[in-house]
Design a protein around this ligand. Sequence first.
Ligand code: TYM
Length: 344
Amino acid sequence: MKRVFSGFQPTGELHIGNYLGAMVNYIALGEQLGQNAIFCIVDYHAPTNPAAYDKDLLAQRTFEAALVNIAAGLDPNKVILFVQSHVAEHTELAWIFATQTPYGDLTRMTQFKDKAAKLVSVPAGLLMYPVLMAADILLYKADTVPVGEDQTQHLELTREIARRWNQTYGETFPEPQVYLNPHAPRVPGIDGKAKMSKSVGNTIGLLEDEESIWAKIRTMPDDPARIRLSDPGDPERSVVFKFLQYFAPPELVQVLQEEYRRRGIGTLVVKQILMQEMMKTLRPIRERAAELKAKPEQVLDALEDGATKARRIAQATMEEVREKFGLLRPKRQQTPLDLRAALR
Ligand code: TYM
């Protein structure tokens, strides 16, 4: 693992699915790799879904997405954290890749099919989304991409784009690998069914009110076969236990599982413990977030610094890409000899 890249959309409040599936790994990899861990708030991805995009909220949400990641423990002084639209090379490389990517590769993407099915008018950008994602990653020649399981198909396409480019234009990009959190590759929604996702409305937000979180936990479905306290419960069938495993120490989970199986404990108690354990993780994040909200310039400065560092890497890659792709370089970047060769 030499260089890590990942991105997250500024589409409203980040939730515990984002945290467990991706952010926990960003933080750990950031500690390990420093400036070779690059994280990006992908604001150009957000408008591809008209249902989630609002021009009056995009800037605010971009800022908050950065803030929440810093509050959760991502250290912008160690890693590179920046906003996608601040580094113009992302869209430039995406266009070049778009010319090299078969249309059929994009129409078969599951996320495209799912999202497009819900729209009356499908923006071309939604189809192009995975091409921009490949550009995000390959611009930094990243070999490792921490994401949730829902992104694995997009990563497969990124590898294909890299492979095809390397075959045609010479070895340039690594074929990046997915890096999942083995404990939480796909966090379910609070109903225990679909993946936790803002668009489904089944999330627990990292900064959500405690009262509102408790209301959600209190009504979480339990083992459907357990009707009375005197019925034995099966923790494997209970969403409450699924979430407990994410937040509570394994010894505590084990004790509660045994009690639950032998009818020694009711679901409400398990839910109360889940709430307590979850808040142990969330409370420090929201405290730090409140501090950062009072000093927004700290976050903005970190993003500016991040963009400067990211741009340096991106510009070097793009020089190589433009050259290999066969573009005529501007006169000021050429010696007369190069120019004659290019025009021959
Ligand atoms: P996004 O913004 O939807 O989600 C950000 C990250 O959170 C993960 N995630 C989850 N993991 C486990 N369980 C869940 N319920 C869950 N919900 C979200 C996502 O897998 C993701 O890692 N296409 C990307 C953004 C992107 C990107 C990139 C990622 C753009 N360019 C380049 C990596 C590299 C997305 O929409 O993530």
